[in-house]
Design a protein. Sequence first.
Length: 238
Amino acid sequence: MWSELRDLTDAIDVGTPPRSGEMVSLTIDGQPVRVPRGSSVMLAAAKAGCGIPKLCATDTLEPFGSCRLCLVEVEGMRGYPASCTTLVADGMTVRTQSEALSRVRKGVLELYLSDFPAGDVPDGWSEFHQALQQCGVTSHPYGEGMGHQQAAVDESNPYFLFDQAKCIVCNRCVRACEEIQGTFALTISGRGFDSKVSPGQDQPFFESDCVSCGACVQTCPTQALVEKSLFPEGYARA
Ligand code: SF4
Ligand code: FES
């Protein structure tokens, strides 16, 4: 239903919202593709059938560029630009697959995995789990350290719960609250490792300005925000 707000009809999530206007021609993994100017490289790649792994991007929200999973190689550009925030240009040549890119993406996912409930990895279903599969990541090399695995689950809202242990702080819920619902009930508080999703003034969801629209739940790529109805026996972190 949220997709309809942006006139999105494709079943696949092309990663960033569609643009309209003059067409631009570029090459992605050797395939020619044409998309409207202002489109992201990620969207062009999706149109060319080259799905780039992503976590913080979704086509119902403006690009944000925080997770660093969607990096690509662009001829003539230094480093590995994020495909969700890099705009197409005429004659651009993009590679979405290489050994170096696989290494970088694996490193990013291993870091996220190191602070994610281990018991939820084998059977979990979410965009995060899909990204792990897409990049062939099943474990991480880090030992037990400081993590968010002991954080309390916020079950205050009657319809959904928030399990901070599964949150990768991708900001999608915050942006959905602002861009789709226009409520501004969520923020990211704290910095670095201590940054976290905070409803209102770091209150339980039910005591914040949240209107229970569900936009945050629908967009969460890890099921940190998830409908309670999926757990008729009650929620237990795996
Ligand atoms: S709750 Fe979900 S959508 Fe929000 S920041 Fe965490 S992982 Fe992203
Ligand atoms: S999907 Fe591009 S930086 Fe997250």
